[in-house]
Design a protein around this ligand. Structure first.
Ligand SMILES: C[S@@+](CC[C@H](N)C(=O)[O-])C[C@H]1O[C@@H](n2cnc3c(N)ncnc32)[C@H](O)[C@@H]1O
Length: 236
């Protein structure tokens, strides 16, 4: 039996789909997407994470682009798994990236082995979940599935969106409440999307300038590292 929160999330995404949100054809949106991946890549390299040996799970994988990016960054296709609530997103991911494994499931309750992933990514998922208990359940699943010393790759809103009551800010305080045993290695990123999306042909010039101003950055990107382990060196 599905909870009212999961029903609500399905409803919200059905409405987004009808409204045609998330077009990445806008140059500002393209910048946002490229920037967050560039920054995640730099952080992973700085912390010596070698994706080649990593088993990776993307929670709330949408149509699979992030998982495919991990593949491009060196992770093996057979080690890449994505889960999402929405059947249409999972179908689209399977069509786009047939070598990767996608499953339709609620991340509150995944039938996967404990300690079985080196890295779990979650991009723009917790901000979509308004119910406290549902957020806690998803965070517990992630913590359970991550092997000792594993990391979470994080990207999410740090500010509330006044135009969208269906999302909430994931401040560092909230992230720490959900993941109390992790160190946050996060930095602010993403020029406020309503601004970035209006830059048009000036995007290449203006985005980097405005993006330098910390208060204009609406998201966090980076890693959540388990507090008690030695640095990762991959699987032996
Ligand atoms: C804003 S979209 C982000 C998609 C993708 N991660 C990205 O960054 O492009 C959030 C996704 O999280 C998924 N999601 C939210 N709650 C979930 C849950 N409990 N279990 C699995 N997926 C969930 C939604 O279905 C949606 O596809």
């Amino acid at each position: 039996m599905e909870s009212s929160e999961i029903k609500r999330i399905r409803q919200v995404y059905a409405e987004y789909r009808q409204q045609g949100r998330w077009s990445s054809l806008n140059p500002g949106r393209e910048h946002i997407e490229a920037e967050r991946l560039r920054q995640l890549s730099a952080t992973l390299k700085k912390q010596n994470h070698s994706l080649f040996r990593y088993k990776i799970l993307d929670i709330g994988c949408g149509s699979g682009d992030l998982l495919n990016w991990f593949h491009q960054e060196g992770a093996k296709a057979e080690n890449l798994f994505g889960v999402d609530l929405l059947p249409d997103e999972v179908d689209s991911a399977r069509r786009k990236y047939p070598k990767l494994t996608f499953t339709e499931a609620n991340a509150e309750n995944l039938e996967l082995r404990d300690n079985s992933f080196d890295l779990i990514s979650t991009f723009m998922v917790f901000s979509s979940i308004l119910d406290e208990q549902t957020s806690k359940n998803v965070a517990k699943t992630i913590t359970r599935l991550l092997r000792p010393g594993g990391v979470i790759a994080w990207y999410d809103l740090r500010y509330p969106n006044p135009n969208n009551p269906s999302v909430r800010a994931m401040t560092k305080t909230r992230i720490r409440q959900l993941f109390p045993n992790f160190h946050l290695k996060l930095h602010s990123t993403t020029l406020l999307p309503p601004v970035a999306e209006k830059l048009g042909r000036h995007t290449d010039l203006i985005y980097p300038l405005l993006g330098k101003i910390p208060v204009f950055r609406s998201h966090y990107v980076g890693l959540l590292e388990q507090g008690y382990s030695a640095p990762l060196s991959g699987r032996g």
